[in-house]
Design a protein around this ligand. Structure first.
Ligand SMILES: [Zn+2]
Length: 204
């Protein structure tokens, strides 16, 4: 189970300072047991990306659950930092076409591979923003369906990182990469079908 580790710096800083060493979970989020009651530190695991980033973990024996402390700079269930994913989405939003953006981002991949790589990230973020817009945590909710608009509203070019604390109480139910809810395969099949019909343009 993923738990939020409040961390406002970049993923580079996270790796450089080995910030996972200071990630601390006082008690089990499910049953509130603490150290000495079956709740203890567990071995950290290494992420593929960002390179060199480790994730601190805790384990609750009574709940038989492992908790991963995901820092705010890192995406849930996608490789990359949130800043890297934000850059991918903004590149698509600003490009004259999806193909141009995909080529700019992953020129080393074959066309189908880079389309898939970019679409996977962009669709997830747009879908997530559509849900965030209904939560009432932003003022201009009807205009924040793109990351470019979210940047304007929050006044930062690290908008996805800034968004995570704002949706803290919804984090378990909000889709990745900002929230922790796993996407259902059927959601993607539906989105894919839709995309074949309407093309990869951003939502209105
Ligand atoms: Zn527990």
């Amino acid at each position: 189970m993923q738990v939020r580790f409040h961390y406002e710096h970049t993923s580079e800083e996270y790796v450089r300072t080995e910030a996972w060493q200071s990630a601390n979970l006082g008690h089990c989020p499910l049953c509130s047991r603490g150290p000495g009651e079956g709740f203890s530190c567990h071995t950290a695991y290494e992420r593929k990306r960002p390179a060199g980033a480790w994730i601190a973990r805790y384990y609750c024996k009574p709940c038989q659950t492992t908790f991963s402390l995901l820092p705010d700079c890192i995406a849930a269930r996608l490789s990359n930092s949130l800043d890297e994913i934000e850059n991918v989405v903004v590149t698509v939003e600003k490009a004259s076409s999806f193909e141009d953006a995909a080529f700019e981002l992953r020129p080393e991949l074959k066309e189908s591979g880079r389309r898939r790589w970019v679409r996977r990230r962009v669709n997830r973020v747009w879908l997530m923003l559509g849900i965030v817009a209904t939560l009432g945590v932003l003022t201009a909710t009807h205009r924040t369906l793109t990351v470019t608009a979210l940047r304007n509203e929050l006044g930062t070019d690290r908008a996805l990182v800034a968004l995570r604390p704002l949706v803290n109480e919804h984090i378990a139910h909000l889709p990745t990469p900002v929230g922790f809810r796993r996407h259902h395969e059927s959601t993607w099949k539906k989105l894919k079908r839709l995309q074949h019909k309407v093309g990869p343009d951003p939502p209105p």
